[in-house]
Design a protein around this ligand. Structure first.
Ligand code: PHE
Length: 340
C-alpha cells in the first residue's frame, strides 16, 4: 500500500507538471483528490489494516494529499500568471500609431448665418427673444391689422390646428408678444421657423425661417430703419454693399417698404443673377402701424417704431450661391459638409 501511495504521488507530480492550462488542471484535481479518485480508493482499503498500520498509513496518505494540493495550487497560480502575461502582451497599445478621427458634426448653413445675424444685432444693443411656432390667429394676423376677411391672408395660407390656432406664417407675431409684455424702449430680434401651405420647389418650402426685428422708442424714424439694415447688409456682404427701399404694403407697417440689396454678382450694374436690376429683393420692413402699437397698449403719439422681417433661406442662398432651397432641407452630408 505504501508502494501504491508512492506511485500515485509520482504519477500526480508529472501529470501536474504537464498540465497545459487551467481547465486540464481542474480535471486533474478531480481525478487525483475527488471522491472517485485514486487516493480515495486507497483510503477505502485501510479498514483491512491493523490499528497501528492504519495510523502510519493514514499519516502517509495525508502527506501525499497535502503535497498534491500544494502542487496543484502552485501550478494553478503559475498558469494564471502566464495567461495574464500573454493577455497583456497581446493587448499592448502602440501609442505611436495614428489615431482614428471620429467624424465631428458642424453647423448647418442656416444656423451659421443666423448666428452671424444674432452677433451683428447683439453688437447694436438688441436682445434676442423667442416666440411660439404654434400660435393664435390673433397674434399671427389680427393684432397685426389683418382682420379675418383681409385679402392678404390668402398669400399666407397656413396649417390650422383649430379655427383659431395655427402654425405661424411669419415671425411678426413675436412683435405683438414683445409689445404686450415689455415697455419701450424695445430693441429685439426674433429668429425662428415659420410655415406656409406652399408646394415645395427651388424657392419655396412649407417650412422656412425668418428673423424678425423690432425697435420701439421715442423719435424712431425711417432713417433709423435704413441705417440699421444698411449696417446689417454691410456686415453680411461687405462694406461696399448698398440697399434700396421700394414702397410696398404690409398691413402692420405704414409706410412699408421692400428692401433690396445691391447684387453681389455685378455690384449694381445689372447681370443675369439680378435679371438686369442691379438689386435683389431681400426683406420686408416698415414703420410699425399706429393701430398695432395702440392694440398692444403703446401710446402712438409718444412712441414710434420700425420692424423688419428677413428670410433666412434667401440670405443663406445668396451668401453661398445656392440655387435650390431644397438642398438646405435634404440633410445630404456631401452638401452640408461644405459650409463652416
Ligand atoms: N412679416 C412679413 C412677411 O413675412 C415681413 C415684414 C416684417 C414686413 C416686419 C414688415 C415688417 O412677409
Amino acid at each position: 500500500m505504501k508502494e501504491q501511495l508512492r506511485q500515485i504521488e509520482e504519477k500526480a507530480q508529472s501529470a501536474i507538471a504537464a498540465a497545459a492550462d487551467l481547465r486540464s488542471l481542474d480535471d486533474l484535481r478531480v481525478r487525483l483528490l475527488g471522491k472517485k479518485g485514486e487516493l480515495t480508493a486507497i483510503l477505502k482499503q485501510m479498514k483491512t489494516l491493523t490499528a497501528d498500520e492504519r495510523a502510519a498509513m493514514g499519516q502517509l496518505a495525508n502527506q501525499v494529499r497535502s503535497k498534491m494540493e500544494t502542487l496543484l495550487n502552485d501550478k494553478g497560480a503559475a498558469l494564471r500568471e502566464a495567461a495574464q502575461n500573454a493577455r497583456l502582451a497581446a493587448e499592448t497599445v502602440d501609442i505611436t500609431m495614428p489615431g482614428t478621427k471620429p467624424p465631428t458634426g458642424r453647423l448647418h448653413p442656416l444656423q451659421i448665418v443666423e448666428n452671424e445675424v444674432r452677433e451683428i444685432f447683439l453688437g447694436m444693443g438688441f436682445s434676442v427673444v423667442d416666440g411660439p411656432e404654434v400660435e393664435y390667429d390673433y397674434y399671427n394676423f389680427e393684432a397685426l391689422n389683418l382682420p379675418p376677411d383681409h385679402p392678404a391672408r390668402d398669400t399666407q395660407d397656413t396649417f390650422y390646428i383649430t379655427d383659431n390656432i395655427l402654425l405661424r406664417t411669419q415671425t411678426s407675431s413675436v412683435q405683438v408678444h414683445v409689445m404686450e409684455n415689455q415697455k419701450p424702449p424695445l430693441r429685439i430680434i426674433s429668429p425662428g421657423r415659420v410655415y406656409r401651405s406652399d408646394a415645395v420647389d427651388a424657392t419655396h418650402s412649407p417650412l422656412f425661417h425668418q428673423i424678425e426685428g423690432l425697435v420701439v422708442d421715442k423719435g424712431i424714424t425711417m432713417a433709423d430703419l435704413k441705417g440699421t439694415l444698411e449696417l446689417l447688409m454691410q456686415r453680411l456682404y461687405g462694406d461696399d454693399c448698398k440697399i434700396r427701399l421700394r414702397p410696398h404694403h404690409f398691413p402692420f407697417t405704414e409706410p412699408s417698404a421692400e428692401v433690396d440689396v445691391m447684387c453681389f454678382g455685378c455690384h449694381g450694374a445689372g447681370c443675369r443673377m439680378c435679371k438686369g436690376e442691379g438689386y435683389i429683393e431681400l426683406l420686408g420692413a416698415g414703420m410699425v402701424h399706429p393701430k398695432v402699437l395702440e392694440g398692444c397698449g403703446i401710446d402712438s403719439s409718444v412712441y414710434s417704431g420700425f420692424a423688419f422681417g428677413l428670410g433666412l433661406e434667401r440670405i443663406v442662398m445668396r451668401r453661398y450661391n445656392i440655387s435650390d432651397m431644397r438642398l438646405l432641407f435634404r440633410n445630404d452630408m456631401r452638401f452640408l459638409e461644405q459650409f463652416r
